[in-house]
Design a protein around this ligand. Structure first.
Ligand code: CUA
Length: 357
């Protein structure tokens, strides 16, 4: 009985440690699958491995994971070793006669298998509490860039209120962040519970309606870090993809400067602009100085992004046209309907949106 308890404890430890790596692998498969129905090819496959951490809180999580794996592996080796030794040493042979010697209780052994697991659990608890304290800061780190993250079914809204005094940069699905500088995220939701998870930068943090959560990261290398919503939030949960582009401080300043430019006005696409205003587009999307819808992503600088539909396809004239024609083809169940535009209307709206650099 007690032996089976030890085996159960061991199995539980192994399952827990395998869990995070397993989720990471599963998410990686989803993002990397090149021929997934409904997803256009061309999205760059990303690294979602928590053991390839590239940011301060992610390093702490990785170290804790390794500690848990090491302890679990040691328990596995000891328990399986004793088991195999017992099977061989006490197997039935031609020299044994009758029942083996029956042993009823052993104080040293019982004390050992009570005290040692208690010590292991205590060590794991202390290490976990220490990691939580280091990962969950109560206030922003010095010099942090403040970013508000709002989860929507099924896309991410980013607002950078303090990047330039007096102005707020609003964008969607792709967060641009400066390398080496802490980024302090304030997370909330417009509808249901979502979870922001970019495994190489930080652990999961839920976005909860009517509640603000915080997380942070400080990326050490430039590059694109991928992630995805980690809390089931409806039909297109799996396509609520995260993309963080970490760039140099100069490139970040240039991006902020570009985002603060007024909306491009190009007389050659006046027809498309007029369609945008006459059709239902303007009810859901904001384009600064043109429309003020709040249900969908802000399109003021749409063409500064790499992807469309929260990462389901690369953003280019073809995917943009296909998306506006019928978003349900790329992202079935998403809240944007097909407006059944005729080809001429479609061309003019696409031409207009392509000028929003
Ligand atoms: Cu948002 Cu799952």
């Amino acid at each position: 009985m007690r032996f089976s308890c030890v085996v159960f404890f061991l199995a539980a430890c192994c399952l827990c440690t395998a869990h995070s790596a397993e989720i990471s692998t599963a998410a990686s498969t989803i993002i990397c699958a090149p021929d997934q129905p409904g997803r256009a090819a061309g999205i760059h496959a990303g690294d979602l491995n928590i053991f390839h951490s590239a940011s301060l809180p992610a390093h702490e999580i990785r170290e804790l994971a390794w500690l848990v794996i090491a302890i679990s592996a040691a328990i596995f080796v000891v328990v399986e070793g004793v088991l195999i030794w017992s099977i061989i040493r006490f197997r039935k042979s031609e020299h044994t006669a009758g029942d083996p010697v029956q042993v009823f209780g052993s104080n040293p052994i019982e004390l050992a298998w009570t005290i040692i697991p208690c010590i292991i659990v205590f060590v794991l608890a202390l290490a976990t509490v220490r990691t939580i304290r280091e990962v969950e800061l109560e206030s922003p780190p010095a010099g942090a860039l403040a970013v508000d993250v709002i989860g929507h079914q099924w896309w991410w809204e980013y607002r950078l209120p303090g990047a330039v005094p007096g102005s707020t940069v609003v964008t969607a699905n792709e967060l641009i962040a400066p390398v080496g500088r802490p980024v302090w995220l304030s997370l909330r939701s417009a509808d249901v519970i979502h979870s922001w998870w970019v495994p190489r930068l930080a652990g999961k943090t839920d976005l909860i309606p009517n509640h603000v959560n915080h997380t942070w990261f400080q990326a050490e290398q430039e590059g694109t870090y991928l992630g995805q919503c980690a809390e089931y939030c409806g039909t297109q949960h799996a396509n609520m993809l995260l993309r963080v582009r970490v760039v140099s401080a100069e490139a970040f300043d240039a991006w902020i400067h570009a985002q603060l430019q007024p909306t491009a006005i190009d007389a050659s696409v006046a027809t498309g602009r007029a369609h945008f205003l006459q059709l239902a587009c303007m009810n859901c999307h904001t384009i600064d100085g043109v429309s003020s819808g709040g249900f969908g992503p802000n399109l003021t600088h749409l063409m500064s992004r790499e992807t469309i539909g929260a990462g389901v396809a690369p953003l280019n004239p073809q995917t943009l046209r296909a998306w506006i024609d019928d978003p349900q083809n790329l992202k079935e169940g998403c809240n944007m309907p097909s407006l059944k535009l005729d080809p001429a209307q479609l061309d003019s709206v696409v031409a207009y949106l392509l000028t929003l650099k």
